[in-house]
Design a binder for this molecule. Structure first.
Ligand code: GRF
Length: 252
């Protein structure tokens, strides 16, 4: 399991997310521009987006157990979802291996291969767009997506977070919940916006904190619930469509 939690080590998402969220020039203006369409209209009309109905792209950075849950669910045609591709921001991760074993196309888009973060973000958006997904699922993807990505996929991207938002955003959700002494924590599925785990909430599931929990045992218990939640709600969002009004997400 140590390898599978590699993504959560210092130097991972914390720096990327917090630095970018606070430091990007013009961020306030960008946030406003991006958030307006997200909160006022979520595009579920496939004719408008040119998306392929039922198709999703999953983005990962690590072990990919959430991805695996989706792969397993898609084996049943009644689930109504097809994983068109799996993308990652790094090589040599189990998430990519899981996709390859399942015969799913993969791509890697590494920040280090681009001159600027904005260039990386635009390339990521373009690589995802090539598969024309109805929905983009960030499942343990440890990068904050930017303006280009949100312009194209804002309102039809979801992310999963191992805490009950708005508590404990960022990469250390289980540890911060444990340190704080909460008795109940959990996981949150949300529509991606420009913030760190701040988007409109699709679903949440609660998990009890045990007296003898470590960060690892707590996170594993959360992930068991998180995988089920992800499968349930991604299926419903794809099959039934959804809308977002202000912060309220409604599945049709
Ligand atoms: C999950 O707990 C997710 O909420 C967090 O990263 C973890 C990914 O786990 N963002 P896995 O790679 O799907 O096993």
């Amino acid at each position: 399991m140590a390898d599978c939690r590699e993504w959560a080590t210092p130097g991972g998402r914390t720096g990327d997310l917090r630095g970018e969220a606070k430091g990007a020039p013009g961020m306030g203006r960008w946030t406003e521009q991006v958030r307006c369409p997200i909160s006022s209209l979520i595009v579920t009309n496939m004719a408008e987006t040119g998306s392929i109905t039922g198709s999703i792209v999953v983005l990962v950075s690590g072990c990919g157990t959430n991805l695996q849950a989706l792969i397993d669910a898609t084996a049943d045609p009644a689930y109504g979802v097809r994983i068109a591709a799996v993308g990652a921001d790094r090589d040599d991760i189990e998430g990519l291996n899981r996709a390859r074993r399942a015969g799913i196309p993969t791509f890697v888009c590494r920040v280090a291969d681009f001159t600027t973060r904005a260039d990386w973000d635009a390339a990521l958006a373009s690589q995802v767009a090539a598969y024309r997904p109805q929905l983009v699922v960030l499942a343990g993807f440890m990068k904050l997506t930017g303006e280009a990505f949100l312009r194209q996929f804002g309102g039809r991207s979801v992310n999963t977070h191992p805490a009950l938002s708005p508590s404990f955003p960022g990469v250390h959700g289980p540890k911060e919940a444990l340190d704080y002494g909460v008795k109940v924590t959990g996981c949150t599925l949300f529509v991606v916006d420009a913030g760190v785990d701040t988007g409109p909430i699709v679903a949440q599931s609660a998990v009890s904190v045990h007296a003898d929990d470590t960060v690892e045992t707590l996170h594993e218990r959360i992930k068991t619930v998180e995988r089920q939640m992800l499968v349930d709600y991604v299926g419903r969002m794809v099959r039934d469509g959804f809308s977002v009004t202000e912060r309220k997400v409604t599945i049709s």
